[in-house]
Design a protein around this ligand. Structure first.
Ligand SMILES: Cc1ncc(COP(=O)(O)O)c(C=O)c1O
Length: 328
């Protein structure tokens, strides 16, 4: 069952004046603020724009937690995640009044771990590999009897993320293209299923870092490809596709645009300087993709006139920056 309480009832719109700096790319930009503060920005080549901001993972986590019956929920929920799903699940569990056990790899950003603790999640550390995360989660499951809620390979999570498309396309009806960050593929799967059921001709592009380009390789190979290791500034985009998300990515995602870390950082800077929104690297990658040569030379580019870019998260560790601003 979908919990849609947060969609339109809390909606706020905020219009930002288009900025000269974006015009130099031939784009104008405006924010559409969605209810849960999922950040969404739309760049429209014809010179109109819209935008918004938030934590999209809460949609899937909330949908999954509230889908459990009372008996299942009583034992709590378990997941493994390097950050945003972890915090979202801890918050959803807190709202339902149940325990959450969150397996976090040691390389997760500090601010994301702090969010989990703030929402009352119990942190269990694991080594960084996906195998280590899954093994630790299995052990916690056995010990607690809690329910596993996977960060992306779960129908309830995928459905919850899909509400972004419902809300976005309700607010901005003329979009012809969506550009969505991809990691395990839960976000883009939910969004693609919902968006294409509303408008089958809508084009969906995934944005992926070159240091974790398993989705692009999977599309090219026609089967799930995993990597021995990943290396990217986009810490939320290091997971690989699952058996539920892969068929959706294979069939409904038009293409994967791969970008370099320096392009992600440039896009993040534009978000801070011009939009005045806090976006983490994984959240800025869609904008990086739209500004990249790879996309602008793509055969589909000429038909992408009204592009919705999902700026999917704003949890960035700013410790180094704040420290550099302090006087000795
Ligand atoms: C900020 C951000 N954007 C996008 C994603 C991608 O989500 P998915 O794993 O569902 O593809 C993640 C995943 O953690 C994320 O943290």
């Amino acid at each position: 069952m979908l919990n849609l309480q947060f969609t339109t009832s809390l909606r706020k719109d905020r219009n930002l004046a288009p900025d000269e700096l974006f015009l130099q790319y031939g784009l104008r930009l405006e924010l559409v603020l969605l209810a849960d503060s999922t950040i969404l920005a739309l760049t429209l080549k014809d010179g109109t724009t819209e935008s918004g901001k938030g934590a999209f993972k809460f949609r899937g986590a909330c949908n999954a937690v509230y889908s459990l019956d009372d008996e299942q929920a009583a034992k709590g929920v378990v997941t493994h995640s390097s950050g945003n799903h972890a915090a979202a699940l801890a918050l959803a569990a807190k709202l339902r009044g149940i325990s959450s056990y969150i397996v976090i790899p040691k390389n997760a950003p500090k601010c994301k771990v702090e969010n989990v603790l703030r929402y009352g999640g119990q942190v269990i550390w694991s080594e960084n590999t996906m195998q280590a995360r899954e093994d630790t989660a299995s052990r916690v499951l056995e010990e607690t009897g809690a329910v596993l809620l996977h960060p992306f390979n779960d129908g309830r999570i995928i459905s919850g993320q899909g509400t972004i498309s419902l809300e976005l396309l309700e607010q901005v009806t003329h979009l012809d293209t969506l550009v969505v960050p991809i990691s395990g593929g839960g976000l883009i799967s939910g969004m693609a299923i919902a968006a294409k059921s509303i408008n089958p001709s809508l084009k969906i592009f995934a944005a992926e870092p070159s240091g974790a380009n398993d989705s692009a390789l999977s599309k090219a190979a026609g089967q799930i490809v995993t990597l021995p290791s990943t290396d990217t500034v986009a810490d939320g985009l290091r997971a690989f596709l699952g058996d539920l998300t892969w068929p959706v990515v294979r069939d409904l995602v038009d293409d994967v645009i791969v970008v370099e870390d320096n392009e992600i950082i440039d896009a993040m800077k534009l978000c801070y300087e011009i939009l005045k929104v806090a976006v983490e690297p994984s959240g800025a990658i869609g904008l990086a993709a739209v500004l990249s040569d790879r996309f602008q030379k793509h055969p589909a580019w000429k038909d992408c006139n009204h592009i919705g870019i999902i700026l999917s998260g704003g949890n960035v560790d700013l410790g180094v920056l704040w420290d550099s601003l302090r006087k000795p």
